[in-house]
Design a protein around this ligand. Structure first.
Ligand SMILES: [Zn+2]
Length: 351
């Protein structure tokens, strides 16, 4: 997802910015972790103290909610938690979202960049800092930054204005984002609009993690618009995965059932890169199950700088016996389950 993307989608009762799982997906990751953390009273007290009594489920959506301050400083308040709100406002002020009238000075990132990376889904499917689509302020770099702050390895007076409380709030959210395939892998197109593997000499045009593509899925054999490709994975897949069951009930059930293959190894500072590399094959499959058409690139667009303008990503047939919607929902269910367990395990290690 690129910095220019600001659009809203409506998912049932929830209005969500497209940069992340929607509120329900993020909330579920936090809620599963709340249940896991509650089994360790010492850890629970530390978490609660850092969050001024708020739950992980509640704070999971804050890094998206604070984006409203880009447009309206009064658009959102954390009533009753003024200290936390002040720290979050300082964080946004130190990492402002640039506008044409107010570009950021060199080296000052937007807090929007921290939620994703755009590794090309072609090639080796491995994250490597410095590679196309990566940056020193992407999600794979910001997760360890927040871990260092919480462990005391990074001063709380850092330039990004990430205090320990802000670091925890960001970690809860980013752990959700990094389990959403389109937050890690992205498709790239050449000047003719064909999907290709970008290189440093021919970087092509990105798709903003699917934000520029409209998804068409098969319904009774007919392709129908399912909205923006990225937004579909943020919201609709979560609804398809969990239906109308209450989130607390889902969280309790998933917190008591160990997910397959969830444990990570090595130092916690390496976990974000492990997570990115784990989900890249799913990002690849999220694209390879579809066919791209009508890719539009605006006249005068610069490769490596501009993204495609629009295009279609269409399901044309069942793959491995599954419709896209069923595969995506099953994938999201597993990822949110693992995300919740990993968040709790991470907090256990660093707090
Ligand atoms: Zn996000």
């Amino acid at each position: 997802m690129k910095k220019t993307l600001v659009f809203l989608l409506t998912v049932n009762l929830f209005a969500a910015t497209a940069l992340g799982y929607g509120p329900r997906g993020h909330g579920l990751v936090g809620a599963i972790a709340d249940q896991r953390v509650a089994k360790n009273p010492t850890l629970q007290t530390k978490v609660s103290d850092l969050l001024d009594g708020l739950t992980l489920q509640r704070v999971a959506t804050l890094p998206d909610e604070i984006k409203t301050w880009d447009r309206d400083p009064n658009g959102f308040h954390l009533w009753g938690h003024q200290g936390l709100e002040d720290e979050l406002r300082a964080f946004v002020a130190a990492n402002p979202n640039p506008t044409a009238a107010h570009p950021n000075p060199a080296g000052v990132p937007s807090h929007h960049y921290f939620h994703y990376t755009d590794v090309p889904i072609f090639g080796s499917d491995q994250y490597s800092l410095g590679g196309i689509g990566t940056s020193e302020f992407d999600i794979v770099q910001m997760i360890p930054f927040c871990i260092r702050v919480l462990k005391g390895d990074e001063p709380v007076s850092n330039e990004r204005k990430i205090t320990k409380s802000v670091a925890l709030i960001l970690l809860v959210h980013y752990l959700g984002d990094i389990h959403q395939p389109l937050h890690v892998g992205a498709e790239y197109f050449d000047a003719q609009g064909n999907a290709f593997e970008p290189t440093s000499s021919n970087p092509g045009f990105g798709d903003q993690g699917g934000g520029k593509l409209t998804l068409f899925t098969l319904i009774n054999g007919t392709p129908r618009s399912a909205g923006k490709f990225h937004g579909y994975w943020d919201g609709q897949t979560v609804q398809n995965a969990f239906g109308t069951t209450a989130d607390l009930k889902i969280a309790k059930r998933l917190a008591n059932r160990e997910p397959d293959n969830w444990q990570l190894s090595g130092p916690v500072n390496s976990w974000a890169e492990q997570l990115a590399n784990e989900i890249l094959p799913l990002a690849h499959e999220a694209h390879s199950r579809l066919e791209f058409s009508r890719i539009k690139i605006a006249p005068g667009s610069v490769p490596g700088k501009d993204d495609i303008k629009s295009g279609r990503a269409s399901e044309t047939k069942k793959v491995h016996g599954q419709f896209y919607a069923d595969w995506a929902a099953a994938t999201v269910k597993k990822e949110i389950h693992k995300g919740g367990w990993r968040l709790a395990a991470l907090l256990e290690q660093i707090l």
